[in-house]
Every structure is written in C-alpha cells, then in structure tokens.
Design a protein around this ligand. Structure first.
Ligand SMILES: Cc1cc2nc3c(=O)[nH]c(=O)nc-3n(C[C@H](O)[C@H](O)[C@H](O)COP(=O)(O)OP(=O)(O)OC[C@H]3O[C@@H](n4cnc5c(N)ncnc54)[C@H](O)[C@@H]3O)c2cc1C
Length: 775
C-alpha cells in the first residue's frame, strides 16, 4: 500500500473515532464549534425573538425538512361548515350582500349606509369569532373566511368593516389574554355591535417597523374617579386605523415605562396593549383618511398625557410589557383569514364575471374570449383563482385544527393578495373600457382600485416577502436551527452536539436527495399511495424541490450566517420557493378534497406547472446571484445538474383553462363557489350571468343565420330582419328568434357603460331619496 493510501486510511480512522465516540466528539469538535456558532448567531432584539417564537409550525415544517410526509397532508380533514354556519352564509350574509354594494358606499354614502351598519351589528357580523357564552357566533375560521370572501365579491367596505373586528383587534386579544372581568364586560357588547372596536399600532414614524413605536405610557400616580391610584399617562399618535373614526373602543399599543419603579425594577416595561374607551377625555378620534376611495372607516387618532388605570391593560397589570408577543401570536391566526379571504373574493368575482363578459362581448363577429390573445390572461385568472382558493381553504382549516401558522399566514397574505391583484389587473385588460368607467354597472373597477390596500396592510408585501417568509421560516420551520440556537445560548454542549450532528446528517441527506432528484427528474421519489394517479408526478417534483430548498437554505445559513438577514434578494427568492411548495400542496389537497373532479384538471395542471416553474426560476435566481460564485456553482451542480427544470404551462393547457371560464359548467361553478350571485337581471352581475347562460344557444342560432345568409337563402339589412326572414324561411323557429332577441337585449345591457350629468351625478346622489327615485 502506498504512503498516500496509508495517510488517507489513518485520517479516515481518526475521523471515525472522533465522530463515533460522543465524549471525544463533543470535546474536540462540538465545544469549539459552539464557541464559533455563538459568534455567528444573528443579533436579535426581544421583539424579533418574540416574532420568531409566535405561532406554530405546521405543514411548512414538512416542506422545509426536504422530506414532506404527503400522507400526513392527505389525512388532514377537509374544512366543512356546520348547519348554522351554512345558514348564516345563505341567509344573513346573502341579505347583507343584497343591501350593500360598492357604488352606493363609495359614491353616495362614503361609508356603509346607516341601515347596512345596523344590519351588520344586529345580525352579529361583528362577533363571528366571539364564543356563544359571550353572545357571539363562535364560528370556525373556515366559516369566518367564507363570510369575508362572499362579502368581498359584493362590497369591499362591508368586507373590510366585518373583517377587522373579527381579526387582529380587541376581541381576538381579549379572548386570548383578557381578564375574566374584561371579557365579561366587553365581549357581549362587541358581539352585539354595542361597541365598535379598532386597534391602533401604526405611528407616523413606525409603519413596517412597528416595534419601534414612539408612543409611550408612563407609570405614575394620578386621580381616577376621585381616588389616587397607580395608573399610566399615555401619549400617542396613530394613523391608518381601520374603524378608528367611528370606534368606541380603541385598542392601543404603546411602550410602557416605569421610571419610578412603581411596578417593579424594570424601567422599560415593553410594548403594552390597552383598551381605551374613546369617550375618555383627551382621546382624539374622528377624522378620516381616504384610502383609494375604499370607504371603510379609517383614520388617525392621538392623545397627550391621557391618564388611565392599569386595569385597562389587556390581561391586567400582569400583562404589561407582553403586547408585542400578544400581537404576533394573534397576527399568526388573523392574517391567515382576513386578507387571503377578501383577496380571493375579489379574484373570484373577477374570474366569473370576466369569463362571462368575454363570452358575451363579441368583436370581429367572435366572442372576445375565443381570441388567443385573451385566452392568455383568462388562463392566468383561472389558474390563479384555483390555487388561491385552495390555499385559503387549507389555511383556514389549519387554524380550526388549532394551528397559529405564523409563516404560512405570511405566505398566504403575500401570495394571495399579489395573485388577487394580478387576477384583477388581467380582468381589467380583458374587460377594457367597461372596467375603466366607474358607475353602478362597473363590477371590477373598485377591486382594481382597492387591491393595493391589501398589499400594504398587515405587513406590507415587499417587507413580508423580503424579511418574513424565509427569514422566519428558516429559523421556525427548520428541524434543527432552533434547537442549535437554544443550546448555543445555554452553552449546553450535549444538546448542541446532538442538534449539530443531526443537522449535518440532515444536510447530507438533502444534498443527496436533491442531486438524485435532479439527475432522475425525481422519477424514483415516492408519491403517496392515496393520491390520484394523474397528480402523482407533482408530489415527486415537490419532494425534489423541497430537498433542494432545504439544502440551499442550509448552505446559505452556513455561508452567509447573520448577513443572510440583509441579503433580502436571496432571502425573498428562497421564500418564493417555500411559498410555491405550500401553494402547490394546498392545490393538490383541494383536488383530493373535492373528490378529484376530472373537469378541474386543466385548472390544477395550470396552477401546478406555473408554480413549479416559478419555484425553479426563484431557486435559479438564488444560485446565479449567489454572493460567492464558487458556492453558487456548487449549488447549481447539486440542485440543477441537468439544467433548470419545469416549463411554464403550455398554450394548449392555457386554452383549456380559458375555455372553462367562458362556458357554463360545474367546474366554473366550483372555481367560483361561495360568491354572491344575485338572481335579478336588474343587477349588473345577475344580468351578466343571464346573458352568459343564454350565449351558447344564441351563438348556435346566429351560426344558422350566418350560414343561410352566406348560402344566399336569406337576406336582410339588420340582424332583427335577418332573424325574421329566417323564421319565414323555416331556418329557425319562433322560439329561437325569441331567444336571439332576449340575448341581444341582455348583451346590450351587459356592455352598457354608465354616464352622468356634468357634475358626475353628485347633486342627484345627494338629493333626498324620493327625489332620487323620481330622477
Ligand atoms: C388602509 C389602511 C388600513 C390600515 N389599518 C391599520 C389598523 O387598523 N391598525 C394599525 O395599527 N395599522 C393599520 N395600517 C397600517 C398597515 O398595517 C401597515 O403597517 C403600514 O401601512 C405600513 O407602514 P407604511 O405604510 O408607513 O409603509 P412603510 O413602513 O414606510 O414601508 C414602505 C415600503 O417599504 C417596505 N419596507 C419596509 N421595511 C422593509 C424592509 N426591511 N425590507 C424591505 N422592504 C421594506 C414596505 O414593504 C413598503 O413597501 C393600515 C394601513 C392602511 C393603508
């Protein structure tokens, strides 16, 4: 044996002994590595730590592991409504949709009309999440989501006004952290709409960086109801506060300080949440912002040195300083429901109505939906809505299973609002001038106008993508990183050693899986036995991408360490991969939950192929932009050994999706399930639906007329005369002529665009109701 071989063998033997004998390994490897690791740990403020600790890890943990257990996903129960919840959707929610609409709220009342507000309060819309024992509805997260989604398909102000009290607000905070006394006092009043709540966190100087709020409370003595008590003198300036201008109960976040040590020995007690009745002297409330003409109530509020008792702290004085943790925990659940549901509502309305319009509206003697140019955006609309609704349903269902999915809620918030905006923008392009001219007959323009609000609130989207999805996911969802961090902080060599070597095995395993998946196209990865055969390939591809993500994420944490936090472009793209894996999982799950309807397959294929292509592009973006070229090259060889995989959906597939949107079918009904569908033809959507239903038969009759005219069998100057001549020549029946007439009438109504007097109808709108009726 040569000397070199001896050296290699000896080194291997030493390595086996060191790695195999735990005490030796700990002393020689883990201890020095722990010291190094402590130096690499990113500095984390208390608020960052609380954000990381908030909520739970669910399916995101599987996706991040590189080895998702698909059987676990398929075993998750399908979200379902109780009879009471279904009845509330079919009756109260349906009625609310019937009495509220975007045009009246935005143009005439600049608010929900008084009778609509009363209906909202009387019927318990403000207490959907409040338990029955406090007089609320105690609905599931899924039911709550269905209500918000349905309202969003009709009236954005109604959706926002109902959604806010039921998500991150006083009720949610009270339910989790309130004292019994606070719950007994406020929850029944909130459930009945006797209190209008709002929650004020945002300050002009602290928007996205909300933990930096300068609003302050000083613990001090003061007089309260003729007694001297220890209380707080609070000074704040808030803006953008939804329902603020009409609120009676202001949830307020501020930093509490205790300079005189009246509560203990901490001067900076921390962020604290209190409930402040807005009738308290010194509370200024009432002025409004005008957020893109979305007329839900929203505005600034402020107060200076307002003295209030410590009992107003949510949960009482013992919860002083716990505000950030409370907000982060509630955000994890609330953000899973509110904006994902309203964005899906806007998108469903856009999909259903735009598909119908594309069938009813003809140019060049052809329904515009049949042009290839229009098919492209129609396909994007269909695929996006299918995936959005899948993610909405699965995520709300997870909240009902007791999860508070912090990373998943950020994924849904970001991707469903972004996709919602993309859907509505595509719809606007298809609908053309009819979408641009506002008026009671425009069913799209307000969504287009208002979707940017969803992008901005509850964590502005750029920040959510750049900092939160992967930033939190990498730490929260990783099977070893949190354990390593905890062990390193505690200087616990044994625990660190266990986590570290588990981590090493995990990285090697994912590297091999990613590479093997890359050279075989994941052909030998297993798919769950219970999955539909037509979807199995997708499970394999997702497993491959999961291993690739896990491997690249680990390498990045090792190579870039704490600086990864500042490398937002890398972090955002890794988050895109994690998000695509989640959205794809939800889509596959939905297909199973729906009973594998074959007619939905074009939607499923389009959504999956689009998302997989986006995931591959994002991962490729990470690799080619990697700060170290050598590491980037190494990653590429492991992850994409045969080049970048997964093409976007084909034109043929896009054609099939577009066809689903422009013809009445059960697949179209499933895609837009849960939206408000007015029956009356005097309603713009009711009329569009009627025209759409009538279109296929009318087109067939028109085809007969065209053929007869071309053959010279009939001749006439106008379409009406041609139809009459065709009846006379027995080419069509009298009933067919009547059908044509009805379709023509409906189509004229559908394509009609509103027009107004010189003042755009303001004086008419402001006139008392009887005069309006007369006009
Ligand atoms: C209509 C409306 C209703 C609202 N309702 C409420 C409410 O009821 N209660 C409440 O407390 N707040 C509310 N807000 C505040 C909202 O939730 C956001 O927190 C706030 O709007 C974000 O602050 P900003 O608009 O000042 O944006 P900025 O914080 O100034 O951000 C501007 C841009 O910078 C990006 N950005 C910031 N930091 C980073 C980073 N580190 N990396 C990458 N990008 C970054 C953001 O994504 C954004 O695109 C509401 C806001 C609006 C507009």
């Amino acid at each position: 044996m040569s000397t070199a071989a001896w050296i290699v063998l000896t080194l291997a033997a030493v390595a086996i002994v060191v790695l195999g004998v735990a005490p030796l390994r700990r002393a020689l490897l883990s201890r020095p590595l722990l010291a190094w690791y402590r130096g690499q740990l990113p500095t984390m403020s208390q608020t960052e730590q609380e954000a990381i600790d908030a909520g739970t890890v669910w399916w995101d943990g599987d996706l991040f592991s590189g080895r998702p257990d698909w059987n676990k996903l398929l075993a998750v129960p399908k979200p379902a409504l109780t009879a009471e919840e279904q009845s509330f959707l079919d009756n109260e929610t349906e009625q609310l949709c019937a009495i509220a609409n975007d045009w009246e709220t935005t143009q005439i009342y600049q608010d929900l009309p008084p009778h609509v507000w009363q209906f909202v309060k009387d019927k318990g819309f403000l207490g959907l999440i409040i338990p029955k024992r406090y007089g609320g509805k105690e609905f599931s997260a899924y039911a709550h989501s269905q209500v918000i989604m349905k309202l969003a398909t009709r009236c954005s102000a109604a959706a926002a006004s109902v959604m806010v009290p039921n998500s991150l607000g006083p009720a949610e905070l009270l339910l989790h952290y309130g004292t019994e006394e606070q719950k007994n006092h406020y929850l029944p009043r909130l459930a009945k709409g006797l209190e209008i709540p709002c929650f004020g966190l945002t300050n002009p100087n602290a928007g996205s960086d909300a933990a930096a709020i300068p609003d302050v409370g000083i613990v001090c003595k003061g007089t309260w109801e003729d007694r001297e008590i220890v209380g707080m003198r609070v000074t704040w300036e808030k803006r953008y506060i939804t329902l603020g201008p009409i609120s009676t109960l202001l949830g307020l976040a501020f930093r509490l300080r205790d300079p005189d040590g009246l509560l203990g020995n901490r001067e900076d007690v921390g962020i604290t949440c209190a409930l402040v009745p807005t009738a308290t002297p010194g509370v200024n409330i009432g002025r409004r912002h005008n957020p893109l003409n979305a007329v839900f109530q929203n505005g600034p509020n402020w107060g200076k040195d307002v003295f209030m008792p410590l009992d107003w702290i949510i949960g009482g004085p013992k919860m002083a300083g716990q505000g950030w943790r409370m907000l982060m925990e509630c955000l994890a659940a609330g953000r899973s429901i509110s904006l994902p549901s309203s964005a899906t509502g806007y998108a469903k309305l856009a999909a259903r109505a735009t598909g119908a319009y594309a069938r009813v509206r003809s140019q060049f003697k052809t329904p515009i939906g049949k042009f290839e140019g229009i098919e492209e955006p129609l396909a994007r609309i269909g695929g996006n809505v299918y995936m959005m609704d899948s993610a909405r349903r699965m995520t709300a269902g997870s909240v009902d299973l007791g999860e508070k999915p912090s990373v998943i809620s950020a994924i849904c918030k970001y991707h469903l609002t972004e996709r919602g905006r993309a859907v509505v923008t595509d719809a606007m392009d298809i609908v053309g001038g009819k979408g641009i001219c506002l008026g009671p007959n425009n069913w799209l323009g307000r969504s287009y106008q208002q979707l940017p609000i969803a992008i901005t609130v509850e964590g502005a989207n750029i920040l959510t993508r750049s900092l939160i999805i992967f930033g939190q996911g990498a730490i929260r969802c990783h099977p070893y990183v949190l354990k390593e961090m905890a062990a390193a902080k505690a200087r616990d060599v044994v625990a660190f050693d266990r986590a570290l070597f588990g981590h090493v095995r995990h990285v090697i395993g994912n590297k091999l899986r990613a590479f093997f998946g890359g050279i075989t196209g994941a052909a030998f990865f297993s798919a769950p036995a219970g999955a539909a055969p037509e979807t199995r390939a997708y499970y394999r591809r997702l497993s491959r991408m999961s291993a690739a993500l896990a491997f690249v994420a680990d390498v990045s944490m090792l190579v870039l360490g704490g600086s990864l936090k500042r490398r937002e472009k890398i972090s955002a793209r890794l988050g895109d991969v994690l998000s695509a894996l989640y959205l794809c999982s939800a889509t596959l799950k939905r297909y199973e939950d729906d009973g594998r309807p074959a007619a939905d397959l074009p939607l499923l294929h389009w959504a999956m192929q689009d998302a997989l292509a986006r995931a591959a592009t994002a991962l490729h973006g990470v690799i080619v932009n990697y700060p170290s070229r050598v590491v980037g090259l190494g990653l590429r060889l492991v992850v994409f050994p045969l080049g970048r995989p997964y093409a976007p959906p084909s034109d043929r597939l896009g054609h099939e999706v577009a066809r689903l949107l422009i013809a009445p079918s059960a697949a179209r009904d499933r895609l837009t399930d849960g939206m408000y569908l007015p029956k009356s033809e005097s309603d713009p959507i009711g009329c569009l639906e009627a025209a759409f239903e009538a279109a296929p038969q009318a087109e067939a009759i028109e085809a007969k007329l065209r053929a007869a005219a071309k053959a010279g069998d009939i001749e006439a100057a106008s379409p009406e005369d041609l139809a009459r001549a065709a009846v006379a020549a027995r080419i069509i029946t009298v009933e067919e002529e009547a059908r044509l007439k009805r379709f023509a009438k409906l189509r004229d109504e559908v394509i009609r665009v509103d027009h107004f007097p010189q003042d755009l109808g303001v004086s008419e709108a402001r006139a008392p109701a009887p005069q309006r009726a007369a006009a």
